[in-house]
Design a protein around this ligand. Structure first.
Ligand code: SF4
Ligand code: SF4
Length: 349
């Protein structure tokens, strides 16, 4: 399932239960209990929830937000009527935690590319985990991470998914409204190209010769990158039946090279294609671990390789015998200016 509600969740009916039928003792309306939690993520999708300013009061009136560490220090361990989960499963603890959260949630909704597809951190899934750790952390032994960063749906049942990096505020509101009425959310599966046409945005492939993942990417962003003269990065992930292989071949052959200053191929001639490894790199982004995107990078290459940062492969001697001393290990002491030397430009303010 992609963004639509899974069959089981749709059949469960509205989460807004109205009279507290569960006890039969009260006719007072009960607001659905909502939790927002994070796993391995940057918090950007949670910030999007706080960004839906026009609807925030309405959401707070309709839902009782009992857990949202990004927004409040009031904490609850559940149970939840709706649990919004941000982030991928990247550590052994998170693999255990998601099972506990699933048991406490009536409906579990994953939000954002990290939770639905593994996110940018999933690039390590098809690479040498140890090489990644050694390249990024001075002392890899201190980092207890899984060799893969995987979407939540690979560990527990997920009732609905919101794509995007970050998610769309409009799609979030649509999902919440649909939950209160028990209907399927109306979440589009059209290509970003349709959004360009609707908004009258000139195609960057045709007009500027830039590569663009819009033809294979689900809409939801409002074609924001093409609107600013850049190609789509595929934040919302591949749409149903996306022909990623065909688009990649078109970029390589030059069939989708276009013309203009940024034209692929030599010096903007627009009649040559792009290097296969550059094309593969286009598909190794936020949703690069999804099968349609990954099939291209598996074929063409383009994933980051650890030789990019060889100098960090060996931990500095000073860090080998204890925990990282952040802020002290790499301090560069600058020479104090010689106050006796006269500044030819006069005194500085
Ligand atoms: S999907 Fe993007 S914005 Fe959301 S948590 Fe992951 S990296 Fe951050
Ligand atoms: S700019 Fe990209 S998304 Fe927009 S029409 Fe062209 S190929 Fe499609």
């Amino acid at each position: 399932m992609d963004v639509a509600m899974r069959a089981g969740a749709a059949a469960a009916g509205p989460v807004a239960s109205g009279p507290a039928a569960a006890t039969g003792r009260s006719t007072a309306a009960r607001r659905p209990r909502v939790g927002v939690v994070k796993l391995a993520s940057c918090d950007g999708c949670q910030l999007t929830i706080l960004d839906v300013e026009d609807h925030l009061l309405e959401i707070a009136e309709r839902f009782e937000i009992v857990e949202f560490a990004e927004a409040t220090s009031r904490r609850s361990s559940g149970p939840f009527d709706v649990l919004l989960v941000e982030g991928s499963i990247s550590t052994p603890e998170q693999a255990v935690e998601i099972a506990r959260l699933r048991a406490e949630a009536k409906l579990l909704v994953t939000i954002g590319a990290c939770a639905t597809a593994g996110g940018i951190q999933a690039l390590r899934t098809a690479a040498e985990h140890e090489a990644f750790r050694a390249a990024v952390y001075p002392v890899p032994a201190y980092v207890d991470s899984l060799a893969t960063a995987r979407p939540v749906s690979e560990f527990v049942h997920v009732d609905a998914e919101l794509r995007g990096c970050p998610i769309s505020p409009e799609q979030l509101v649509e999902l919440l409204v649909s939950l209160t009425t028990g209907r399927r959310p109306q979440l589009p599966d059209q290509a970003v190209c349709l959004e360009c046409k609707r908004r009258g945005i000139p195609c960057v492939v045709v007009a500027r010769g830039l590569p663009c993942l819009g033809p294979v990417t689900r809409t939801g962003c409002g074609a924001i990158c093409p609107a600013f003269g850049r190609g789509c990065y595929g934040c919302f992930g591949p749409r149903e039946s996306a022909n990623t292989s065909g688009l990649a071949d078109a970029f390589i052959s030059g069939a989708a090279a276009g013309s203009g200053d940024g034209a692929m191929g030599a010096a903007g001639t627009g009649d040559l294609g792009r290097d296969p490894i550059d094309v593969g790199r286009l598909f190794a982004g936020f949703n690069g671990a999804t099968p349609p995107m990954r099939s291209v990078t598996d074929r063409l290459g383009g994933r980051p390789i650890m030789s990019l940062r060889p100098t960090l492969a060996s931990p500095p001697e000073t860090l080998l015998e204890g925990p990282p001393r952040w802020g002290t290990a790499h301090v560069v002491t600058s020479q104090a200016p010689d106050s006796t030397t006269e500044d030819p430009d006069g005194p500085r303010r």
